[in-house]
Ligand binder design. Structure first.
Ligand code: NAP
Ligand code: G3H
Length: 471
């Protein structure tokens, strides 16, 4: 049985309280992590604050060199990290390893990009200022609270932690409960890498028990959160700070505007909808198209979806159990609701506990919940509409605004449509996706606040400091 401790000021915490972590594939206990108390959490922030000035005072290249030792340990342990992820979140072993490798690339790129966050100078002459030079540098915000979701427990943690640390902030990191084994496994690597005490603290425990205590701590200068809209909104209300980056849910539409390359469109749509069993914020969560196109697209989608393998993440199946039985019931409830209201199940709609077969639903109407809610599971609704304008309208009526896809060979139509879609990013002729990770990544409306991405995180985790010379 795996048993990993939280980390405060480079000390492994054993307060005698443990939180059991479920293996979604076996539905047995995969391991335990520390369940921290309010006092432990207070300590984590106290040490993060105490260590911050000295950490920031180090030269950028010294900070990078120190962090490189830690990155080398991630590289050494990448197979073990992937194995733990597969055990606790049922992501296929292959995808878990990809996630760790992708994160290593992000870390390397962050080290390089940080070197380009240079100060700039201005004279103010255009405003009539005389004999002045202002030098504007980016400096650390202070103590950053990083909260990650279950679906990318490694990647979305380090996409926050590394830019924060590189720029001289210190970090308190709260992993999702499903994802805490990976989160707390890191504790030992922090100690082994000999990172300066207190700069990187890992606090574990159930969000509903300790979340409010964590986010209300007075030492926090910024919260970088990825997760659901509900919790994001709770943090907005409860957070002790106004500095927030929130990456929340999505209901990404794929608009299919022509039938000129349906094989390719279908491949992208399936990969977009069903990778990691649909548990991606950027998953394609509805297809909007016309009757005519739907009639041709549907058989192609059906045939390809039925070839997806369903089963254990350790066998690298395409579709693996969703995170828990509560999520499975929610997903199945959305399908039931569509079916009861006249939608047609084309394939799937079979389940064993929390393993749900990939489900394609046709004739979904805008009165059905699955047209608007985020299932976070292997479900693809097709909504038949009359025109591109109607597709744009239904896309934009969503509470979410993360990403969208447009499939269309005529680039002018594609771009003109993209300009009318209200989401952070619009992908033409590809599935919705966060990468490449050097791109800015953002959601509008209920999908978030602020921007992630490598450069954008380096910027959001710093503020300007101007020093003005008068001569
Ligand atoms: P979640 O339930 O909102 O949890 C996210 C994190 O918040 C977890 O670490 C959770 O800890 C913690 N938490 C729970 N209650 C809290 C509270 N009161 N205060 C502070 N933190 C609290 O989301 P999830 O189920 O892990 O992830 C799925 C959701 O995330 C989906 O909606 C998905 O679209 C979204 N997501 C968005 C992006 C993006 O970049 N836009 C990326 C990935 C996922 P516990 O696990 O201990 O409760
Ligand atoms: O789940 C949300 C992630 O930010 C999506 O990342 O598009 O690379 O799968 P991805």
């Amino acid at each position: 049985m795996r048993k990993y401790n939280a980390l405060i000021n480079n000390e492994l915490i054993d307060n005698g309280q443990w939180l059991e972590i479920m293996n979604p594939t076996t539905l047995e206990i995969a391991g335990k992590v520390s369940a921290l108390s309010a006092k432990d959490i207070d300590n984590a922030f106290k040490y993060a604050r105490l260590s911050q000035e000295a950490w920031e005072a180090k030269h950028l290249l010294d900070r990078i060199n120190i962090l490189k030792k830690f990155k080398d340990l991630i590289v050494e342990n990448k197979n073990e990290i992937a194995q733990i992820m597969t055990e606790e979140i049922a992501k296929s072993l292959k995808d878990s390893l990809n996630e760790v490798e992708r994160t290593i690339e992000i870390i390397d790129y962050t080290f390089e990009e940080a070197k380009r966050i240079d100060p700039h100078s201005q004279t103010g002459e255009g405003m009539g200022a005389k004999n002045k030079i202002g030098v504007f540098s980016r400096v650390a915000k202070g103590v950053i609270l990083a909260i990650s979701p279950f679906n990318y427990p490694f990647n979305l943690a380090f996409a926050k932690i590394i830019p924060a640390l590189v720029m001289g902030n210190t970090v308190v990191f709260k992993p999702a409960t499903a994802g805490s084994l990976v989160g707390a496994f890191i504790s030992k690597l922090v100690i082994k890498a000999n990172l300066p005490k207190g700069i990187f603290n890992i606090v574990t425990g159930r969000g509903r028990e300790i979340g409010d205590i964590i986010t209300a701590n007075k030492e926090i200068d910024m919260i970088s959160f990825t997760g659901s809209v509900n919790i994001g909104n709770q943090i907005r209300k409860n957070g002790s700070t106004t500095d927030l980056v929130l990456e929340l849910g999505g209901k990404d539409p794929a608009l299919v505007l022509d039938d000129l390359n349906l094989e390719k469109y279908a491949e992208e749509i399936i990969s977009g909808a069903f990778s990691y069993s649909g548990q991606r914020c950027t998953a394609i969560k509805r297809v909007l198209t016309t009757n005519q196109i739907a009639d041709k697209l549907l058989p192609i989608l059906k045939q390809k979806i039925e070839k997806l393998t369903v089963g254990s993440p350790f066998d690298n199946c395409d579709i693996t159990p969703v995170i828990d039985e509560k999520s499975a019931n929610y997903i199945l409830g959305l399908i039931d609701n569509a079916k009861q209201n006249g939608a047609k199940i084309i394939t799937g709609y079979k389940s064993e506990k929390n393993l749900i077969w990939p489900t394609l639903i046709d004739n979904v109407s805008i009165k059905m919940r699955v047209a608007w809610e985020e299932p976070f599971g292997p479900v693809l609704p097709i909504i038949r509409l009359n025109s591109i304008d109607e597709m744009i309208k239904i896309s934009n009526e969503s509470e979410f605004g993360l990403q969208a896809s447009i499939f269309c060979q005529d680039i002018s139509t594609a771009i003109n449509t993209a300009k009318k879609i209200k989401t952070g990013t619009i992908n033409i002729n590809s599935k919705s996706q966060r990468g490449p990770d050097s791109f800015p990544f953002l959601g509008i409306k209920n999908s978030g606040e602020g921007v992630q991405g490598i450069r954008e995180s380096l910027l959001s985790m710093t503020r300007y400091r101007g020093i003005v010379l008068n001569y």
